[in-house]
Write a protein that binds this ligand. Structure first.
Ligand code: AMP
Length: 193
């Protein structure tokens, strides 16, 4: 099994590059943002609670997302590998993920850190908001999400750096150029389909 985290600030291209990884490497994709938006849409209790945080650009509490990932991993048959997108976002989540994966006798093999200047993030997210209609892609919430990332999430990179699993990837340029770099990083670990 090959388990990868695609890491970076909101708007760094994690979702776009995950789609290419799915197509090219046949990995399973787990995005906590997508899972939470599904819960919101279905108006589950979890979704109703989570929405309050999401609309404010704040992180949903750790126990909620960790619980979600835990039950997902329990219900998943053996797969070639998993891409974690938007998770972990705090050191507590990173530690919980390590524990959950070790119960499955596996681990995180690589963390790809997409590096994009802050100004470009804002522009990309404002543009995405016009196309996707995502309620948290408006300027006020975007700025809050970037602050939340800088305060709580950015340091998760150090956690994986200390485990020598982190690779920084330039997240600007064309989608194809960025993906070419990503492919070269993960080729030693997993074969293309
Ligand atoms: P995303 O689609 O990854 O940008 O996530 C959208 C929103 O969902 C975030 O702004 C958070 O409110 C929430 N969210 C997604 N993933 C997490 C996570 N791992 N921990 C806490 N909150 C999360």
């Amino acid at each position: 099994m090959f388990n990868l985290i695609i890491f970076g600030p909101p708007g760094s291209g994690k979702g776009t590059q995950s789609d290419l990884l799915i197509q090219n490497f046949g990995l399973i994709h787990i995005s906590t943002g997508d899972l939470l938006r599904d819960e919101v849409e279905q108006q589950t209790l979890l979704g109703i609670e989570a929405k309050k945080f999401m609309d404010q650009g704040q992180l949903v509490p750790d126990e909620v997302v960790i619980g979600m990932i835990g039950s997902l991993l329990d219900n998943r048959p053996k797969v070639k590998g998993i891409i974690f997108d938007g998770f972990p976002r705090t050191e507590a989540q990173a530690k919980a993920l390590d524990k959950l994966l070790s119960l499955k006798t596996t681990e995180i093999h690589k963390v790809l850190y997409l590096i994009v200047p802050e100004e470009e993030l804002e522009n990309r997210l404002i543009q995405r908001g016009k196309e996707s209609g995502r309620s948290d892609d408006n300027k006020e919430v975007i700025l809050k999400r970037i602050v939340e990332y800088n305060c709580k999430t950015k340091s998760v990179a150090d956690y994986y750096e200390s485990q020598r699993k982190l690779t920084k990837v330039k997240g600007t340029g064309s989608i194809a150029e960025i993906f070419a770099t990503i492919k070269s990083v993960i080729h030693p670990y997993v074969k293309a389909i």
